[in-house]
Design a protein around this ligand. Sequence first.
Ligand code: KG4
Ligand code: ZN
Length: 338
Amino acid sequence: MRVLGIESSCDETGVAVYDSKQGLMAEELYSQVELHARYGGVVPELASRDHVRKILPLVDKVLRACPCVDGQPPVDAVAYTAGPGLVGALLVGASLARSLAVGWGVPSIGVHHMEGHLLSPMLANEMPGFPLIALLVSGGHTLLVDVQAHGQYRVLGQSLDDAVGEAFDKTAKLMGLPYPGGPQLAELAEQGDPTRFDFPRPMVKKPGLDFSFSGLKTSVLLTWQASDQSEQVRADIAASFQQAVVDTLTVKVKRALKATGHKSVMVAGGVGANKRLRAELDATCKAVGVRVFFPPTRLCTDNGAMIAYAGWLRLKRDGIGSSYDVPVKARWSLEDLS
Ligand code: KG4
Ligand code: ZN
């Protein structure tokens, strides 16, 4: 079975084809970073318009890379991100996906963006056995999820304010790093001293599995304003901030493992690309005999492959006759899928 996946929930246009026998056959990604950079953040209307410009040529490109039989539809289903995300941007992908599906006479499947992220480590690894803990760390969400099985999700904890990626981006911005700051801050952190500034590890002393990152961000702001704002200070703040985030996430993952007794962790979402986070979660999990799975770095941030794959898993589970053609939603809890 072959599924075309279309992602357009924010500022990346991602398109891919997943084949159940051959794996990922083709993937294309267009990032709108340059378009939004001068505004310091994503401008929703510009994002939608740019998806309209880029999406069809990308679909054309991935389909050309996948040989198909004359007279047959090129894929067996079309999966698209139905939410959560920017509604205008989501509508671009959803409209195209549903039109293509009608034209080809195949089903269309509305995929939950965070389920796409959650399942993405499986594109690289052998299937981790359920149940497991998923740590989803992106620009819009920070979630700890108890995954009982594919499609059965219970949110154990989430951020009460900024998402982790958002905290990375805002911290980078306040120290004058260009948008999108997360990856740049992480790169700068490699030259810094993570022990120089003792930033708070938010909510680690309180019981529970929720997160909060706005206080940490304020603490960085005050430290930055009181400093000489030299290059070394910037790198040391970046490293110390990153360490505070990584420590916080690690503590909460350990706590979730203890609370559930699960023996596997999957990490996904844009911040899952963070090298320090990957290294520390790897070491922590190994030390307690737990397996940890990450997607390949390029599939941590938004992409069409995870949507194609999540769509295929749904079809495999429920059969081609089932209907998943859901309307787009700006807000949508993962738990609603259960
Ligand atoms: O998953 P994603 O592409 O989009 C959302 O669904 O939100 O995540 C994007 C977020 C951004 O906030 C970006 O700064 C952050 O992931 N990010 C990183 C790194 N790479 C991307 N944050 C820290 N370290 C990185 N290496
Ligand atoms: Zn995402």
